[in-house]
Write a protein that binds this ligand. Structure first.
Ligand SMILES: Cc1cc2nc3c(=O)[nH]c(=O)nc-3n(C[C@H](O)[C@H](O)[C@H](O)COP(=O)(O)OP(=O)(O)OC[C@H]3O[C@@H](n4cnc5c(N)ncnc54)[C@H](O)[C@@H]3O)c2cc1C
Length: 416
């Protein structure tokens, strides 16, 4: 079934009776060439690119809940490629380019909206750091614009420019950044993968790996044993628990990150605004809700809900930046479990077990990486070699000392 404006029109004439489910609901087969563990954005994108770019169809995605029940459906939808370091910037820019053609490619409305992101700065020293990052972004073709206070005020007049602690002096803007509808992305990839013969198997929890003479042979699941030539794990916040079943202890900690949405309001915020000094960021959804968040809850947890001190902290930061926020009513809030790596950057790599591969460590920023992560993981699984933009995302960087610490926070997962 192909989606188009004409199709919507035609369906309207016949009472919308022709729409079909976006994907099949197959039972697991006894064996596959490729099994992907985790039906989040990264797992679904991996299966999609395995099928579409590498022509592989004996592929299954195993998801313990329903597709999109994890962080892909819980994030605050920001996509961007405003990185500094050589290990990161080409990868995230590759992702941004994939975002730009994604909806046409998989024929699904994921509401990709390049409305821009502005990172605020508050001191001259911080401006210089942002200028350097902007230059790196321009060299990588990502585009950047340094905004002075007057430019910024003309764009977003409602900020508190004269906050005593963090007076706003300007911002670094990436015009091509923006937002995408998070669960729409999961559904688009799921539908595309299913159309190319991938089996998407929900309510199927992986409970163990079968390993023989150092090679993975398949996975134990809540729906029985499934044999596989190659297994790729992309389970985000559950990475530590799942890889422990393969005898691995990862350089990753799981933390809760919360998100907040207000009642629908008239258009107020043109793009995404981040207030790093106060640990706060905000955008406005197409339905009008102000979507915002802040820092992670600072303790390790696998619970998909957060605690009140962070709610208070985020509300305080929001009020410091945008006093008018105090008039809006909070409609919903929730938490997701994020896989915080030791240097704040991800891992897409093989493991010590032959044909068992791992994708994780996305911290609070893996949604924007979904297309490139899926592509690079599919490349690694299909060819055995890392994708050119993901070469730095190796486990052994921690042993070699070549960490990719974008924030310069050191080996402190809760600070990245
Ligand atoms: C509140 C919040 C806000 C965020 N905001 C942003 C943002 O604005 N921009 C951005 O880029 N990133 C953001 N992120 C981060 C981003 O959402 C994640 O990095 C990304 O979604 C992780 O990849 P995923 O989509 O594959 O994860 P998930 O959707 O979590 O997928 C993992 C899947 O694995 C499944 N699974 C786990 N264990 C098993 C098992 N044993 N067997 C089978 N399946 C299993 C889970 O059920 C889950 O569906 C945010 C995260 C949160 C929580």
């Amino acid at each position: 079934m192909k989606f188009s404006g004409f199709r919507v029109f035609a369906e309207a004439l016949k009472g919308h009776t022709g729409w079909r489910p976006l994907w099949r609901n197959p039972d697991p087969k006894p064996s596959y060439d490729y099994v992907i563990v985790g039906g989040g954005g990264h797992g679904l994108a991996t299966a999609y690119y395995l099928a579409t770019k590498f022509g592989l169809s004996r592929v299954a995605v195993l998801e313990k809940g329903w597709l999109g029940s994890g962080n892909v459906g819980r994030n605050t939808t920001i996509i961007r490629s405003n990185y500094l370091l050589a290990g990161n910037e080409p990868f995230y820019e590759f992702s941004m380019k994939l975002w730009e053609g994604l909806e046409q490619e998989f024929n699904f409305n994921a509401m990709v909206s390049q409305r821009g992101i502005i990172n605020l700065f508050h001191t001259d020293a911080q401006r210089d750091v942002f200028r350097r990052r902007g230059n790196a972004m321009m060299l990588a073709g990502a585009g950047a614009r340094l905004l002075g206070r007057a430019d910024l005020r003309a764009m977003v007049p409602f900020l508190n420019y004269d906050n005593a602690r963090f007076p706003i002096k300007g911002g670094l803007m990436q015009q091509r950044a923006g937002t995408a509808r998070h669960d729409g992305v999961a559904w688009g990839y799921a539908r595309g993968a299913d159309n190319h013969g991938v089996d998407l198997i929900q309510n199927c929890e992986v409970t163990g790996f079968r390993v023989d003479r150092g090679k993975v042979r398949g996975v134990e699941t809540s729906r029985g044993y499934i044999a596989a030539d190659k297994v790729g794990v992309a389970v985000a916040g559950s990475s530590g628990r799942v890889m422990a079943m393969a005898g691995m202890r990862l350089p990753i900690e799981s933390h809760v990150l919360q998100a907040f949405v207000t009642e629908g309001l008239k258009p107020t915020i043109p793009g995404v605004i981040t207030f790093g000094a106060g640990h706060f960021y905000i955008s406005q959804s197409d339905k009008g809700g102000l979507v915002f968040g802040g820092d992670i809850d600072g303790y390790n947890s696998y619970a998909q809900r957060g605690n009140l001190p962070v709610v208070e902290d985020v509300a305080e930061a929001g009020m410091a930046l945008m006093p008018m926020l105090g008039r809006a009513r909070l409609l919903r809030m929730w938490g997701g479990v994020v896989d915080m790596s030791m240097d704040g950057s991800p891992i897409i790599d093989r493991t010590h077990i032959e044909d068992l591969y791992f994708n994780g460590g996305w911290c609070y920023g893996g949604f924007k990486a979904t297309p490139a992560s899926g592509y690079a993981f599919a490349h690694l699984l299909a060819t055995g070699a890392p994708h050119e933009t993901a070469r730095a995302y190796r486990f052994d960087r921690f042993a070699r000392g070549h960490v990719i610490d974008e924030r310069g926070a050191g080996a402190q997962p809760n600070l990245h």
